[in-house]
Structure formats: C-alpha cells, structure tokens
Design a protein around this ligand. Structure first.
Ligand SMILES: Cc1cc2nc3c(=O)[nH]c(=O)nc-3n(C[C@H](O)[C@H](O)[C@H](O)COP(=O)(O)O)c2cc1C
Length: 246
C-alpha cells in the first residue's frame, strides 16, 4: 500500500478519553476550527455551526447531559457541532423564497456536513499532537443541550468532540475486515458471513487482552444487543420541534 504523512495520521486513529492538563492556546483552537470550516459541504449550504466550549461549568453540565461522560468535562476544549439552517432561513427570507426543510434530506445534509467538519477538526488536532473523541451522547437530551447552549430554531446538535493532549496511549481498536465493507462494482453479500466470523474472533481477542480476560464479547453480539432496542427516540421529536421534518 502507498503511504504519506496524512495516510499515516488517518490510519493511526484511536479515540482519546484521558487528557493531560495542558491547555490549548486560542490560536490552536482557531486553527482547529479553521480546518473544520474547510470541509466539503453539500451544495455549498454549509449547514453546520461549531460551539466552542471551554467554560468549566458548561462542560460539566454537558458531561452530565451526555450520560455522565467525564471526559466531556476533563478535556480542555469541547466542541458541539450542530446541523444549522438558521442562517439559511435568513437567506430565504432575504430573497422572499419559501424555506423548505421538511424532508429527511435536509436532516441528512446537516448531519453529514457536521460530521465532515468534526472529522476535519479531529484530524487537524491530531496532526498537532492532540487527541480526542467524538460524543454522540450529546443527543441523549437534545432539549437541555440546546437550552444550555441557546441553540436557535432550525438547528440541532449532531455530535460533540473532546479535544486535548492525550495522557493515555490505547491500542487501536480493530476494524471490520476489508471484505466485510468493500465491494467491487456490485454489492456481494456472500462474503460477509465469513468476514464477520473472523472479525468476531479478532475482537474477542482484543477485549480479552485489553481487560485481562474480564471481557470477551464478540462484535456481532455487541451490535445485536445495541440494535435490540430503540436508541434515542427523543432525537426525532426534538428535530421536528426545531422546524425540520414538517
Ligand atoms: C459520531 C460518533 C459519536 C460517538 N459518541 C461517543 C460517545 O458518546 N462516547 C464515547 O465514549 N465514544 C463515542 N464515540 C467513539 C466511538 O465509540 C469510537 O470511535 C469507536 O468505538 C471506535 O473506537 P476508536 O475511535 O478508538 O477507533 C463516537 C464516535 C462517533 C463517530
């Protein structure tokens, strides 16, 4: 395979949840945000906003709202990346056009834009020696998160991003094998079963090594449990309340 510094950076990803006390400078925060701003964006809508949270108390509340995820509080900077059509409503009003965000499509566009921004930011941080983890837990209680951050209508929080200097050095978590996720020319379902069995064994070994034998669940088992119940039904109603899916 070919390599480059960017490919090496991407392929050495692991989430970081423990941070040293080293703060980020204002310039560093600006640099990270700037990298987010340069993400590609669907139809140039740029349907996202980034809330930079450094205030200790706000981080503490967000940590609680995200399901008591302490690293939301202990990271030096927490970003909340939102889907945002608030500006776009203003553009529609300014030009006396109807404002049509009632389809699933606009929700997907906003969420995809936000995700691309977040990944750019994480990679930018990592290229400067930082580490981080994305936080979907921010959608546990979108109403309270929005009140806390004073998010206006036509926005919703998509994910958080903890960023800082790592004080841990975790192993990389193995990914599904190539055969399970890549198809050439046409989707080939026949190869998935074997690839998943292989991956289950790999993940069992990974958890066993990482937890000194305390944990050895297979990936398929984890996923089956994860998908056996609704996850965040409140997200749908919150998004509607914000003006989407009408
Ligand atoms: C959109 C998104 C939301 C996530 N939410 C959380 C979260 O709330 N809490 C957490 O600890 N990790 C969260 N993660 C991190 C994943 O658990 C992690 O990426 C995955 O287990 C793979 O591990 P790795 O990133 O170390 O390779 C999230 C990742 C993504 C992409």
């Amino acid at each position: 395979m070919e390599t480059s510094p960017v490919i090496d950076l991407i392929n050495s990803h692991r989430s970081i949840r423990k941070f040293s006390s080293k703060e980020l400078t204002n310039t560093q925060v600006k640099t990270i945000v700037e990298a987010g701003r340069w993400a590609p964006t669907s139809h140039h809508v740029q349907a996202y906003s980034i809330i930079v949270v450094e205030d200790k108390e706000t981080k503490q509340q967000l940590a609680k709202l995200a399901g008591n995820q302490t690293y939301v509080e202990t990271c030096p900077v927490f970003f909340v990346i939102c889907a945002d059509y608030y500006r776009l409503k203003q553009a529609s009003d300014q030009h006396s056009q109807p404002f049509e965000i009632g389809e699933q499509e606009q929700v997907i566009v906003g969420a995809v834009d936000a995700a691309l921004v977040a990944q750019n930011m994480l990679l930018a941080g990592r290229s400067l020696g930082m580490g981080g983890v994305m936080i979907g837990g921010i959608r546990n209680d979108p109403d309270s998160v929005s009140s806390l951050l004073e998010l206006p209508e036509f926005t919703f929080p998509v994910m958080g991003l903890c960023l800082g200097y790592p004080s841990q050095n975790p192993d990389q978590k193995p990914r599904l094998p190539h055969e399970a996720v890549v198809h050439y020319e046409k989707y080939d379902p026949t190869k998935i079963g074997r690839a998943m069995t292989e991956y289950d064994q790999l993940m069992q070994q990974y958890y066993q090594d990482r937890t000194q034998g305390k944990r050895s669940d297979a990936w398929s088992e984890q996923m089956a449990s994860f998908l056996s119940r609704p996850k965040r039904p409140q997200v749908g109603s919150f998004i509607k309340k914000q003006g989407f899916l009408k």
